[in-house]
Write a protein that binds this ligand. Structure first.
Ligand code: ADP
Ligand code: MG
Length: 334
């Protein structure tokens, strides 16, 4: 069929050209080339104007690495695992299963921030990002525990429909700790090792779960390390990972209480977000001053960071709100 079309095009175009002057001919040829580019599914022009769903080659890991390392403070473990996990999934031609990462940590430590940096790097333009990144806020989308049956069906349909339209879809579930019990298990079939389900291939989808549950355990371990005069960088990841999966499995308020996703090992990475210290909050204030268009003010940075590091009450080592209320504090102080 394609061959016949091309043959018809080759016969018709020269005949048609003879009837046109050189200017019209160039306009016609230019128009035809643009139309050709826009109509073919993954052409260079279409993908740079509209951005294609087939994002295989567009995630630039070194740009993402730079972005994460420059913008995210105090989360060396999270940054390191996220980069490794994405590299393994994105550069594999046919990943065996979708990438599933669960972010854990206190509020304001950067879980949403990191997920939006990933989204921005996967889909650089706004329009495709809106189409291929799906954000479920538990509080907004699944507020009533009594409607779990309805939510289960809606969630399955939504994921199925969107992954069949674009295999490289990103699903972000925030406030997992408030998710009605049993709901998240409804997406289990999509997260497993299967070639296809009803003709849909899920291996390129990415699922991120954002969870405050596990934060206390992470802080406990970080604090214990600090008390034993060890560096933050020496906190062993393996110990944290297994503790986190145990903790959220047995925690009624984690969204994963007795969840089959954990029992069947379908969550690939449990990613710890460490509590933020004075020096990290200070960096957040510096960044906020820059964003609001002010000059760096060392005194203000010190003042806000000191006021925010409030945990434990004796040592005042960590900020219990992370960097969450930095922006309004800067606004009020300037
Ligand atoms: N580790 C961090 N490094 C840099 N900025 C951060 C960090 N954590 C939080 N922030 C800032 O605080 C804001 C709120 O954090 P957020 O990512 O929403 O926290 P969480 O989702 O963990 O509760 C972010 O938009 C970002 O500006
Ligand atoms: Mg958040």
């Amino acid at each position: 069929m394609k061959l016949l079309n091309a043959a018809g095009f080759l016969i018709l175009v020269p005949t048609f050209m003879l009837a046109l002057d050189p200017l019209s001919t160039s306009i016609f040829m230019g128009g035809a080339a643009v139309a050709w580019q826009l109509l073919s599914p993954h052409s260079w022009l279409k993908c740079s104007l509209l951005e294609c769903c087939n994002m295989k080659d567009t995630l630039n890991l070194s740009v993402l690495k730079m972005d994460l390392e420059q913008k995210v403070f105090g989360q060396h473990l999270a940054v390191q695992i996220v980069l490794r996990a994405l590299r393994a999934n994105v550069y594999s031609k046919w990943p065996k299963k979708p990438l599933v990462m669960s972010f854990h940590g206190w509020t304001g430590t950067g879980k949403s921030f990191v997920s939006s940096i990933i989204a921005e790097n996967l889909y650089q333009l706004n329009i495709p990002r809106r189409r291929f990144v799906h954000h479920f806020s538990t509080v907004l989308h699944f507020p009533h525990a009594s409607h779990v049956h309805l939510y289960k069906e809606q969630l399955q349909n939504w994921i199925q429909g969107n992954v069949s339209a674009c295999p490289r879809s990103l699903f972000i579930f925030s406030e997992m700790d408030q998710m009605p019990h049993g709901l998240i298990d409804s997406i289990m079939p999509f997260l497993g090792y299967r070639e296809e389900i009803d003709g849909v291939y899920y291996g390129k989808a990415i699922f991120l779960f954002l969870n405050n549950a596990g934060g206390d355990k992470i802080t406990e371990i970080a604090l214990d390390h600090w008390r034993r005069q060890k560096r933050r960088e020496e906190i062993p990841l393996k110990e944290l990972q297994s503790l986190m999966s145990e903790e959220i499995f047995s925690n009624v308020n984690s969204g994963f209480f007795h969840s089959q996703l954990i029992q069947k090992n379908l969550i690939d990475y449990f990613i710890p977000f460490l509590p933020l210290e004075y020096k990290h909050v200070r960096e957040c204030v510096r960044e906020e001053l820059r964003l609001q268009g002010h000059l760096e003010d060392e005194d203000l940075m010190t003042e806000i960071a000191l006021a925010m590091t409030d945990y434990p009450s004796k040592e005042r080592l960590y900020s219990s709100k992370g960097c969450k209320s930095v922006a309004p504090r800067v606004t009020l102080s300037i």
